[in-house]
Design a protein around this ligand. Structure first.
Ligand code: SF4
Length: 208
């Protein structure tokens, strides 16, 4: 499930349609218009997802909450996760960690697995490239390490931003033996910006 709305504004974001909480329209090159987003109630979405609950429970499959940032809708995700787990469906969270400690802990405690982003390890660089607070993310990661919920760190490798050999060494050291994956940059991202009437530019925002 992709949740719309994210508190960060990563310069390389490959899901620009996931940043705004509002329903948006993408205009494809063919001229076709695609509506991004839909309002759901917990009841309606649980019902939709549970149509395949038996198959998911038998196969060990489940639902991953992604985005955008699912923790920006922590109440909704918590309620939905409880409903799915009652039916034996496993739930996973893909998060930047940019959320309050209370929301992070409440939602992660319900999860069977967490994909935790690692973007940058320097506070000034993190703030400059994402608009967010690394301290908040680090507080949540420190808690995750001892929470007992299985997780993997995921690094989106952004050319010229965090993909040097030194960066990789630093990320591996930070993981300290925890599982870590390095993901190649999604080169389809720029096209999505023009479909939303926005401009893509992978350049560092100016220093304050
Ligand atoms: S955290 Fe993810 S969805 Fe949010 S702006 Fe960054 S890349 Fe985009």
């Amino acid at each position: 499930m992709f949740f719309k709305g994210c508190p960060l504004r990563c310069a390389w974001c490959h899901n620009p349609e996931g940043q705004s909480h509002e329903i948006e329209t993408m205009v494809l090159q063919s001229g076709e218009r695609v509506v991004c987003g839909r309002d759901w109630s917990v009841d309606a979405l649980a019902e939709e997802l549970l149509v395949n609950a038996d198959i998911m429970a038998q196969s060990g499959g489940g639902v991953t909450f992604s985005g955008g940032e699912p923790l920006a809708q922590a109440d909704f995700v918590s309620a939905l996760a409880v409903r799915l787990k009652e039916k034996g469906v496993s739930v996973a969270l893909e998060t930047s960690g940019a959320a309050s400690a209370a929301d992070y802990r409440r939602v992660v405690s319900l999860m069977d697995f967490v994909y935790q982003d690692l973007k940058l390890l320097d506070p000034a660089a993190f703030s400059r490239w994402t608009g967010g607070s690394l301290a908040q993310v680090m507080e949540n990661i420190a808690w995750l390490r001892g929470a007992g919920v299985p997780f993997v760190f995921r690094v989106p490798c952004i050319p010229g931003v965090n993909d040097s050999p030194q960066d990789r060494t630093a990320f591996n050291a930070f993981a300290a033996g925890a599982p870590i994956e390095f993901l190649p940059y999604n080169t389809a991202a720029p096209a999505k910006y023009s479909m939303l009437g926005r401009t893509f530019s992978l350049t560092a925002p100016p220093l304050p």
